[in-house]
Design a protein around this ligand. Structure first.
Ligand SMILES: [Zn+2]
Length: 223
């Protein structure tokens, strides 16, 4: 799953609107932000295979440290601890830290809907899960779009902005993500693509999206 993960970030803003959407966007993709460098280093593995599913061009071969259910809880726990330290001066810091930890945890459960059975339960290959929605490109796109729009609704209800970028920035950003996902799912695939190329463009997207979220969210105030 790509842009659908950001739905969890947008929705969690309504649980504690003091947390910047930028942190939530980094949180929802945190295990992917680890996965691609891990894959490039050979710690985890994926292969570029054009049209491996109707929606994706890679086979996710081995990812016990970032995409097992067990590891999802461990990374969420570590995030909670790190956020408590980072926000030690703020009131109700536990709630803020819990919200970012939930963003990290949400990744596995949203991945579960779309992945083919490649998500390990524990750190080994004994049981792998995935409901396989990726085998239907239209349903994959539709689900991610629906999730994003639901997240946007909750986000807009918990923040406010009067005009210009403050008012329209985040909705426009969501439109941009919906467009990016059309290219991502239905766009052409180059046979010259490499695993390193996929990793680089994914990481670039995660950081650009997070930077945009930090900026546009800072223009709005809590409601
Ligand atoms: Zn993932």
């Amino acid at each position: 799953m790509f842009v659908g993960h950001y739905a969890a970030g947008l929705a969690l803003k309504s649980v504690d609107n003091r947390v910047s959407l930028g942190w939530l966007f980094l949180g929802v993709q945190f295990v992917d932000i680890l996965f691609f460098p891990f894959a490039l280093l050979g710690i985890e593995r994926f292969q570029f295979i054009p049209h491996y599913t109707a929606s994706t061009h890679f086979f996710l071969e081995y990812m016990p440290y970032t995409h097992s259910l067990l590891s999802a809880f461990i990374w969420a726990g570590l995030t909670f601890a790190a956020a408590l330290v980072l926000w030690s001066g703020k009131g109700h810091k536990r709630r803020m830290a819990a919200v970012v930890a939930l963003a990290v945890l949400s990744h596995w459960f949203l991945d579960l809907l779309v992945h083919t059975p490649d998500l390990p339960l524990l750190g080994d290959d004994s049981l792998k899960l995935g409901f396989g929605l990726w085998n239907n490109a239209l349903l994959t796109y539709g689900l991610e779009a629906l999730l994003l729009l639901g997240g946007l609704y909750l986000y807009m209800k918990s923040t406010r902005g009067e005009k210009g970028l403050a008012r329209y920035g985040i909705p426009l950003f969501v439109v941009l993500m919906l467009g990016a996902n059309i290219i991502n799912i239905f766009g052409p695939v180059s046979p010259d693509e490499t695993a390193a190329g996929i990793a680089t463009s994914a990481l670039a997207a995660y950081f650009v999206f997070a930077a945009l979220a930090f900026y546009l969210d800072s223009r709005r105030s809590p409601r």
